[in-house]
Design a protein. Structure first.
Length: 336
C-alpha cells in the first residue's frame, strides 16, 4: 500500500467524508452578505473555525478542503488552521486551481487555470500541513456541450495537476463537474458525465497518475434543474452507480460526491441510496460544501457568538451525511 493510498483511505474510510470549506473570498462574501453578516476575514475565520472545532469533525469528517486565505490563518485558540483540523484526526487539504476562465475557441465554456507555478505553490502548502488537494473542472451541458475541446482540455489540466500533486506527496481530488444547470434529461447527464470521466482517466493514465492515490469527486446523475423530467431517488442512485462502474478504473479507492446544487436532504438521501445499492469496491462518500454548511450558516447568522448552537446544527448534518455514506440513513433520523 502506497503512502498516497493510505492518506486517501484515511480521508474516506468508516463513513467519513470531506468538508468542502474552500469557497473563495468572493463566494464567501456573497454567502455572508445574503445572511446580513459583514464579510471580514475575522468573520470568515470565525464561521469556519466554529465548524472545524466541532464534535462532528472528529466523528464524521476525514478531510477539509481549505482556501488559500484560510490555510494561512491562526485560529482564536492560537493554533494554525491545519493544526486545529489535525487535532480532530482530520486531514487538511487545499484547493489549488485559480478558477474557471472562458475557454479560447469555445467562449460558452470554461477551462480551469492554475498550472503555472503550481509545483512551487504545492511545496508551500505541503509545509503548511496540507496532505491532499482539489482542482475542479466545470462542463456545461446542452445538445452541443460539453464540446470535445472542453472535455479534452479540462481532462488534460486535471491530469497534469494530479501528476504534480502526487510528485509533491499529496493526494489529488479530481473534480470533473458536469453542471446541473439546464433543461437536459438524466439520460443526457449520464452520457455526458460518462464521456467526461472516461476522458479524465485516459489522461490521468497517460500522465502516470497513481490511481490508488487519488479521489474522484464527480456529480451525481440528475436531470437539469430546469428540466421537466423528474426521476426518483432510486433512479438517481442506479444511474450514478452504472456511470461509475462503466468508467472508473477499479484501482481508484474512493469516490466523494459533490452536492452540486442539491438541497441538504436531497444530497443526503441520494448518497444513502447509492450506498444501499453499492455493489462495487469503491468507497462512496461525500465532499459537500453547501449541503453540509447551509443550515449551520443560517443558524449562525442569528448570533455569530452562539458557537455551541451552530456546532449542534453542523454536527447533526455531518452525522446524517456519514450515515448516508454507510447506507444507514433514513428520513425519520432527520427529526430525532
Amino acid at each position: 500500500m502506497s503512502e498516497l493510498n493510505k492518506i486517501a483511505l484515511r480521508i474516506l474510510s468508516n463513513g467519513r467524508g470531506i468538508l468542502a470549506a474552500d469557497e473563495s473570498t468572493g463566494t464567501m462574501t456573497k454567502r455572508l452578505e445574503a445572511i446580513n453578516v459583514p464579510s471580514s476575514s475575522e468573520n470568515r475565520l470565525l464561521f469556519r473555525e466554529t465548524l472545524f472545532s466541532s464534535e462532528g469533525m472528529k466523528n464524521c469528517i476525514g478531510g477539509v478542503i481549505l482556501y488559500d486565505e484560510t490555510i494561512k490563518q491562526i485560529s482564536n485558540s492560537n493554533k494554525t488552521i491545519p493544526h486545529l483540523i489535525s487535532s480532530s484526526d482530520t486531514i487538511p487539504g487545499i484547493k489549488v486551481d485559480t478558477g474557471a476562465k472562458v475557454l479560447a475557441g469555445s467562449p460558452e465554456e470554461k477551462i480551469t487555470e492554475g498550472l503555472d507555478g503550481l509545483r512551487e505553490r504545492l511545496k508551500e502548502y505541503y509545509k503548511l500541513g496540507a496532505r491532499f488537494t482539489k482542482w475542479r473542472g466545470v462542463y456545461n451541458i446542452s445538445n452541443k456541450y460539453p464540446s470535445k475541446l472542453s472535455v479534452h482540455s479540462n481532462a488534460h489540466a486535471l491530469a497534469r495537476y494530479s501528476a504534480l500533486v502526487q510528485e509533491c506527496g499529496m493526494v489529488p481530488i479530481v473534480e470533473p463537474e458536469v453542471l446541473m444547470d439546464g433543461n437536459h434529461s438524466a439520460e443526457d447527464c449520464f452520457n455526458k458525465t460518462s464521456e467526461v470521466i472516461k476522458k479524465c482517466f485516459e489522461e490521468l493514465i497517460l500522465n502516470n497518475t497513481d490511481l490508488t492515490g487519488m479521489i474522484l469527486k464527480p456529480n451525481m446523475i440528475l436531470p437539469g434543474n430546469k428540466s421537466a423530467q423528474k426521476i426518483s431517488n432510486e433512479e438517481v442512485a442506479k444511474l450514478t452507480l452504472k456511470c461509475l462502474k462503466e468508467n472508473v478504473p477499479t484501482d481508484v479507492p474512493g469516490i466523494a460526491f459533490l452536492s452540486g446544487g442539491q438541497t441538504e436532504i436531497q444530497a443526503t438521501e441520494n448518497l444513502d441510496l447509492i450506498n444501499k445499492h453499492n455493489d462495487t469496491n469503491f468507497i462512496m462518500t461525500y465532499s459537500y460544501g453547501r449541503a453540509l454548511q447551509q443550515s449551520a450558516l443560517k443558524f449562525w447568522s442569528k448570533d455569530i457568538k452562539d458557537i455551541s448552537g451552530t456546532q449542534k446544527v453542523f454536527n447533526h448534518r455531518a452525522n446524517m451525511c456519514t450515515l448516508a455514506a454507510q447506507g444507514k440513513w433514513s428520513a425519520e433520523l432527520e427529526t430525532k
